[in-house]
Design a protein around this ligand. Structure first.
Ligand code: GRF
Length: 214
C-alpha cells in the first residue's frame, strides 16, 4: 500500500510511521509522499532524513483557497496513494479531496472522539479544554475523514489517564507516547493488510480484540 502523509508541525507521528515501517510493525506499506503546508515544519526534515519524497505548498502561495485546494488535489493525485494519512495536519481537507479519496483518508485526533473534538479543537487547545473540564481520562482516536470535522467512522481509540498535576504540554506528550504513536501505525498496518471494512458508517476490524492496542 502506498501512503501519503500530510503534516504541519513536528512530525512525531510521521516518525512513528517511518520507524514502524523500518522495524516491521507496519507491513506492506511505503510512504510515497510527505506533504506539508508549513515550510518550517520539522516533519520535512524527518522526510528528508528518511529519503522520502516531499512537497511543501502553503495556502499563502495561492490567490485563493480554491486554487490551493486544486493544487493540493493535483499533488495528491500525482503521488497516487492508496491511503492519505493526516498526521498533525492543520489544513482543513477540502471536499474535493475527501470526495476523490472516499474512506481512504485517516486522521489522528488527540482525544477520545466524540469528546473534545470538532472546530477549534486542535493541538494544545484540546488538552487545555480537557484539563479545564477536569476529566480523568483522555486519549487518542484514529478515524476516517469525511466532509465534517472529526465526524468520520472511528477506527481505533486508546485511553490515557489524566494526572492532577498535568499541564497541557505533559498531557499532550503522554497521549502521543501512550496512544498516538501506537494506534496510528497499527491502523495503517490493518488497512495495508485489508483488515478494515466500513459498513453503515461503522468500522469492522477482522479479528479485532482489545489486546491489539497493547
Ligand atoms: C498530535 O497531537 C496530533 O494528534 C495532532 O497534532 C499533533 C501532531 O504532532 N493532530 P506531530 O506533528 O505528529 O508531532
Amino acid at each position: 500500500m502506498k501512503i501519503a502523509v500530510l503534516v504541519s508541525g513536528g512530525g512525531t507521528n510521521l516518525q512513528a510511521i517511518i520507524d514502524g515501517i523500518a522495524n516491521g510493525t507496519i507491513t506492506n506499506t511505503e510512504i510515497c509522499l510527505v506533504y506539508s503546508n508549513n515550510p518550517n515544519a520539522y516533519a520535512i526534515e524527518r522526510a528528508k532524513k528518511a529519503g522520502i519524497p516531499y512537497a511543501v505548498k502553503s495556502p499563502k502561495e495561492f490567490e485563493n483557497r480554491e486554487e490551493f485546494n486544486k493544487a493540493l488535489l493535483a499533488t495528491l493525485k500525482e503521488a497516487d496513494p492508496d491511503l492519505i494519512v493526516l498526521a498533525g495536519c492543520l489544513v482543513v481537507i477540502p471536499e474535493i479531496v475527501v470526495k476523490a479519496f472516499p474512506n481512504r483518508i485517516i486522521n489522528i485526533h488527540p482525544s477520545l472522539i466524540p469528546s473534545f473534538c470538532g472546530t477549534g479543537f486542535y493541538g494544545l487547545k484540546v488538552h487545555e479544554k480537557v484539563l479545564e473540564r477536569g476529566v480523568r481520562v483522555s486519549g487518542a482516536t484514529v478515524h476516517f475523514v469525511d466532509e465534517g470535522t472529526d465526524t468520520g467512522p472511528i477506527i481505533l481509540q486508546k485511553a490515557v489517564y489524566v494526572r492532577q498535576d498535568d499541564t497541557p504540554e505533559t498531557l499532550q506528550r503522554r497521549i502521543m507516547e501512550q496512544a498516538e504513536w501506537k494506534i496510528m501505525p497499527l491502523a495503517i498496518d490493518l488497512l495495508a493488510n485489508d483488515k478494515i471494512k466500513v459498513t453503515d458508517g461503522k468500522v469492522y476490524i477482522d479479528g479485532y480484540e482489545e489486546s491489539i492496542l497493547g
